[in-house]
Structures are given as structure tokens and as C-alpha cells.
Ligand binder design. Structure first.
Ligand code: ZN
Length: 251
């Protein structure tokens, strides 16, 4: 079986797929500020690499992985104060995901796996709401492993688990591995570490990167990022999503 770009297929190719053995994967990111060294679409890039890594694992297990065009617009309130951040209402995201699951189900695709790389709490809640609203029978089952939670988070890097996980070592490494030409390397290497934890800030009621102590929209240590770490993390993200899908498909 194969990893297929869904939007590059023709309708007859989709018709001829064994859709009982197909899993749709939706990369989900955001268009938002990611420090002075990473592009606005960083989370979309990360989500696409996660989707493909998961797809390769699912293909090896006998499923066609249908990688959908990514969802790049979502709730991004924490970064809203920075030029370039585009944010939509969480309810819009929830409705879109539920509609996608229903439309795919009409074509007998029974699983919609969400490869999510954007960690804004309002966005995570919007995906969770879609899982609940979708219900067990209405649409394709939405599989959403939230990497900020157990059992997944502990498999990611120490910086990620510290909560200083926006445009720092963790995300910079992935972009260096996936799209190195988009990293502003001279700036990245010059940035001092910002160890403030976004998860701590969120728990104490902060609602913006500025209030959380990130005046340049990064947390963590971009200067410590590297291609090898990025490749390892992509592999782990793919494994997490593939395992979540296979658990859902298990009889
Ligand atoms: Zn990000």
C-alpha cells in the first residue's frame, strides 16, 4: 500500500481504491508567528511531515494513507498580537472537521486521522469538540492523539515536555529537517534561550505569547536545534499518529 496525496488523485483513482483499507490523514497547523527565524506556516510544515511519516507506517501495515490538503487556518489567539498571525474562531474549526468527517464517510473512508502540530489551547479544544460532535456513527471516525497529553507527550523531547515548546529547539529542529531553506539560520543561531513554559503560563491564566514572556514569539532554545533531532522527532510524531490509528482500527 502507499502514501497518496489525496488532491493529486483523480476521482476514478479514488473510486478504484479499496477504501476499506484506506485512512485519510489531515495535517493541521496554523498561520502564526514562530519567532524571528521560522516561517508563519511552521505548524503546517510540521503537521505535513507528521502525516507522511504516519502514512508510511500505515502503508507498511496494509493501509493506503490518503494525505489530505492541510488545514492551515485555525484558532491562534496566543499569537494574535504578532503581524502575520491569522486566526479563526474555534467553532469554525470544529464545524469544518465534522463536515470533513461526514463527507469522507459518504465516500466510505471510515477514519480521519488528525496530524496536529498547533498547540494553542483553544485550537486543541476545537478538535476535541469535533471528536465529540462527530459521534460514533455520523462521520468518519476522527482519530486525534493530542501530543500535549499522556501517553504521547512523554515520547517527545525534554524541551517539548517543559512547555517551552513554541519555535524553540523542538520545532526549529523539525523545520531544519523538513524545509531547511525556510529557516533564517543566522537569526536562529543568535537567539538567546527563553525557557519560560507556555503550559505553566496557560495554567496561570495568560492568554498571549507576550503575557507568557515571549516578546518575539518564541519559547525554548532555537540555537540548540539540529537536523538530527528534527528527523528523530518526525519519526516519533509519525509513530504516535500511526499507533493511534491502528488502535482505533483494532478489532
Ligand atoms: Zn508551532
Amino acid at each position: 500500500m502507499a502514501v497518496l496525496d489525496f488532491a493529486h488523485l483523480t476521482w476514478e483513482e479514488v473510486r478504484d481504491l479499496d477504501r476499506t483499507k484506506a485512512v485519510a490523514i489531515l495535517p493541521v497547523g496554523a498561520v502564526e508567528a514562530h519567532g524571528p527565524h521560522l516561517p508563519l506556516g511552521t505548524d503546517v510544515i510540521i503537521a505535513e511531515t507528521m502525516a507522511r511519516a504516519a502514512g508510511a507506517r500505515l502503508a507498511a501495515r496494509g493501509y493506503d494513507a490518503l494525505v489530505l490538503p492541510p488545514l492551515a487556518y485555525t484558532a491562534a489567539d496566543f499569537a494574535a498580537g504578532f503581524p502575520g498571525t491569522v486566526s479563526v474562531r474555534p467553532t469554525t474549526v470544529t464545524a469544518l472537521l465534522v463536515d470533513l468527517a461526514r463527507s469522507l464517510a459518504r465516500h466510505r473512508v471510515s477514519v480521519l486521522a488528525v496530524a496536529n502540530a498547533h498547540l494553542d489551547p483553544a485550537h486543541l479544544a476545537a478538535i476535541e469538540a469535533a471528536v465529540v460532535q462527530n459521534g460514533p456513527e455520523a462521520g468518519a471516525r476522527i482519530v486525534f492523539p493530542d501530543i500535549t497529553r499522556k501517553p504521547w507527550a512523554v515520547r517527545l523531547t525534554a524541551e517539548f515536555q517543559s512547555g517551552a515548546c513554541h519555535a524553540g529547539q523542538y520545532e526549529s529542529s523539525i523545520v531544519m529537517a523538513a524545509r531547511p531553506e525556510l529557516v533564517r539560520e543566522a537569526i536562529r543561531r543568535s537567539l538567546p534561550a527563553n525557557p519560560r513554559s507556555l503550559s505553566v503560563a496557560i495554567r496561570s491564566g495568560q492568554t498571549s505569547f507576550e503575557a507568557a514572556g515571549g516578546p518575539r514569539a518564541y519559547f525554548g532554545s532555537p540555537a540548540d536545534a539540529g537536523v538530527d533531532e528534527g528527523a528523530r522527532t518526525i519519526d516519533v510524531l509519525g509513530a504516535i499518529l500511526a499507533e493511534a490509528v491502528l488502535a482505533e482500527l483494532a478489532p
